[in-house]
Structures are given as structure tokens and as C-alpha cells.
Write a protein that binds this ligand. Sequence first.
Ligand SMILES: [Fe+2]
Ligand SMILES: [Fe+2]
Length: 186
Amino acid sequence: MNVEMALAESKKVLSSKRQAHVERVTEEALQLAKLYHADQEQVGIAAALHDYAKEFDKAFLTKTIESSVHLPKDLLLFNEELLHGPAGAELIRRKFNIEEKNILHSIRYHTTGRARMSLEEKIVFLADYIEPGRDFPAVYKVRELATEDLNEACRYSLRETIQFLMSKNQLIYPDTFHAYNELTKK
Ligand SMILES: [Fe+2]
Ligand SMILES: [Fe+2]
């Protein structure tokens, strides 16, 4: 698997609109990988496959998580939006025999974040948040931070996400709090 192959695989299962998002995320992630001397290949493959499961139906995502020995089942008690990351990582492991933790974790945690994210995980998480197609108030600040301080950019986006979810009376998956707390302590 390489970045081109990963993009071709995501193209097979995504609408053209979402594939365009995936391509922008991949480009953004590769730029950040260069800036922060991260593993280009791992970042590129993870970014290209991060939304692989985004358009599969809820029943299939649920079945994938239920049948996985790697994934916690409490995911099923939270917002449906959280399922495609973990389920996607599991499907990619099964389908493409990818065992590289950095790739799988970058995909698994791209929506929630987690404490102790690797450099590559942080880059994929941020690239998804700031890709050029995004347009909401916090994105301008996070784009600026992303080129100056990767940890602060992650912390700020996590803070925004938590505040946004709370304002909508939505549940917040604990990993998001753990990621925010860890980066705020630093
Ligand atoms: Fe996603
Ligand atoms: Fe995405």
C-alpha cells in the first residue's frame, strides 16, 4: 500500500464530494508531515483512508465494531458520528492487511483524538480539522496554530469541539477529554 493506492481505495467507496475532502486532507497532512518531520508514507496512507468507512451504513459499522477484538464496545453508546473512525481502522486492517499502529491509530482516533497521540496521529487529526474546504470560526485560528505549535493546535481544536458538542447537548466521548486534558497540562 502507498498513498496513491490508498486514495484509489477510498475513491471506490466514497462519493466524489467526500473523496475531494479526503484528497484535501491528504495534501494538508503531507504538508504538516514535512513541516514536523513525521513519517510521510504513514501520514499519507492514514489521511487517504481516514474516512474509508464514512459512507457505510450504521448497521455495518456497528457489526464491525461488535466483531472486533481491538475496539471498545462503549463506542456504540455515543454519537453515530464516532463509529466510522474505529470501524474504518478495523476494516482497513482486515481488508488491506495493514498492521502499522500509526496508520491504524491515526484513522481510529481522527474524530475523537486521545491522550498520547503520536506525531502522525496529531497530524491526521488536525489535517481533517483544517483542510482548505473547512469554513467555521475556529478554523482560521487553528490553521495559524498548526504551523507554529502542533500540540497547541490540537488542544485548541479539541477545546472547540468539546464546547461545540456541549452547546448542542451532545455526548462527548471520554478520549476527547483525555486528549484535551493531556495537552492542557503540558
Ligand atoms: Fe471522519
Ligand atoms: Fe474527514
